[in-house]
Ligand binder design. Structure first.
Ligand code: SF4
Length: 119
């Protein structure tokens, strides 16, 4: 279920605030309407998406819009802290700190330069 949730969020993230009709999304993920609708309700309940009721070709349907992305380990992939030789001495208030860390700065800048899909 978590993989499916991530897939839904990835697809909706690409659509940004425009969102996507749920039928279109279920077709893309090869889900039945029943399973898809249950998933959409669950994602709305936990605050990941909003469902907007819309009349489309004389039928009521929902447009799904991503509210927030679940945290994935991908966001810390290649983080310099994972292999940092001075990690033991690093603290928020210390001399060695993420607040003034050049490794972190270089990593964030490199990540921001990557195309969105490759992150
Ligand atoms: S913030 Fe910088 S110094 Fe601290 S652990 Fe991460 S890479 Fe190392």
């Amino acid at each position: 279920m978590e993989r499916l949730t991530n897939k839904v969020c990835d697809i909706l993230a690409e659509k940004e605030s425009e969102g996507m009709f749920q039928g279109e999304l279920w077709k893309k993920l090869k889900l039945t309407n029943q399973i898809g609708s249950r998933l959409a309700l669950k994602l709305e309940r936990i605050g990941f998406i909003t469902r907007e009721k819309i009349l489309e070709k004389n039928r009521w349907t929902y447009k799904l819009i991503l509210k927030k992305t679940p945290i994935s380990t991908q966001s810390i992939e290649n983080s310099p802290c994972l292999v940092c030789p001075v990690e033991q001495k690093c603290s928020l208030e210390g001399e060695i700190s993420p607040r003034n860390c050049q490794f972190i700065e270089d990593w964030v800048i490199a990540e921001m330069k990557k195309p969105a899909k490759a992150k």
